[in-house]
Design a protein around this ligand. Structure first.
Ligand SMILES: NC(=O)C1=CN([C@@H]2O[C@H](COP(=O)(O)OP(=O)(O)OC[C@H]3O[C@@H](n4cnc5c(N)ncnc54)[C@H](OP(=O)(O)O)[C@@H]3O)[C@@H](O)[C@H]2O)C=CC1
Ligand SMILES: O=CCCC(=O)O
Length: 293
């Protein structure tokens, strides 16, 4: 199967490499074109523009940072819309809001193409290992066509119906994840500031009812102040913002998420946006320290 791949950041690079390893023919494009070279070494071809990739491939996948990047790659000059049409499918796996997805879907349909949104749960390592959870919605025929690729990229894919449902599900999941990261950070800080060993707290958590892979993976590196980005904090804050906006639209009160968003915003304002989202611990640790007598 031949696919195009737009966006070779942390996730896109791992996902495109995975497709190549499994025998897919892949044509890649990235805004910073030099990032394509690593994929070329694995056998990828390069497109000069998103339009170029879509012209060449029946199916094109995108993995881009945020709504503005997702829209730009479709609607701007040399974008996807210039070449999409009858017999071509576009699959956006970026985390965006439902309105962005709907706008892209409508434009692609007007040109005769088909569209699926398919954001993912799981980070850099699951992307490298083909263990993502795919949250797809939109055109069911295109979804079925993409199953061989989804089977390589993920351990499970869900088809959630109409466009927007994949985006919404992803935002709900990440809203919970961001709030949990804040709760863990506050807990580590409280343990530390009240004379307990934060490492022992992690050991206790790991044996109880709230043990989870995220605490297990991120906890030890947070205690070392090591925040090598798997999931950049700026993207987590974007997801909290979009989830809060979904809450606004549906009159759902989300005080925990709102407070967590403030902590992520504060972390961004301190220049931590490109670090892993667990770097929010630096903000909450700081709050604890400043409270000391
Ligand atoms: N990292 C993670 O753990 C996960 C991330 N996600 C989501 O996946 C998406 C990608 O994440 P990730 O790979 O971590 O992000 P990165 O920041 O590593 O990569 C972002 C990608 O988007 C491209 N990009 C940004 N702005 C534009 C633009 N205006 N026009 C064209 N291309 C643009 C970047 O190009 P360039 O190289 O030129 O900057 C890069 O290829 C995000 O929506 C994120 O929320 C979902 C699950 C997990
Ligand atoms: O959007 C990023 C999600 C990261 C994860 O699921 O571990």
């Amino acid at each position: 199967m031949e696919v195009g791949f737009l966006g070779l950041g942390i996730m896109g690079k791992a996902m495109a490499a995975n497709l190549l390893r499994h025998g897919f023919r892949v044509t890649v494009w990235n805004r910073t074109l030099s990032k394509c070279q690593e994929l070329v070494a694995l056998g990828a071809a390069v497109g000069e523009t998103p339009a170029d990739v879509v012209a060449k491939c029946r199916y094109t996948i995108a993995m881009l940072s945020d709504p503005s990047a997702a829209l730009s790659v479709v609607f701007d000059k040399d974008g996807v819309l210039e070449q999409i049409g009858e017999g071509k499918g576009y699959v956006d796996m970026s985390t965006v809001d439902a309105a962005t997805s709907c706008k892209i879907s409508e434009a692609i349909k007007q040109k005769g193409g088909v569209f699926v949104e398919a954001p993912v749960s799981g980070s850099k390592k699951p992307a490298e290992d083909g263990q993502l959870v795919i949250l797809a919605a939109g055109d069911k025929v295109l979804y079925d066509d993409m199953v061989p690729a989804f089977d390589v990229l993920g351990k499970k894919s869900f088809f959630l119906g109409e466009i927007g449902n994949g985006a919404k599900m992803k935002l709900v999941v990440n809203m919970i994840m961001g709030s949990m990261m804040n709760a863990l950070s506050e807990g580590l800080s409280l343990a530390d500031n009240s004379g307990l060993s934060p490492q022992t707290l992690l050991d206790v958590l790991d044996l109880g009812a709230i043990a989870n892979p995220m605490f297990k993976l991120k906890g030890p590196s947070m205690l070392q102040g090591s925040y090598n980005p798997a999931f950049p904090l700026k993207h987590q804050q974007k997801d909290m913002r979009l989830a809060l906006s979904l809450g606004d639209e549906n009159a759902v009160s989300m005080p925990v998420a709102a407070a967590s968003n403030e902590a992520f915003k504060k972390a961004r304002s301190l220049g931590l946006g490109d670090l892993d989202f667990s770097a929010v611990y630096e903000v909450l640790k700081g709050a604890g320290d400043s409270g000391k007598a």
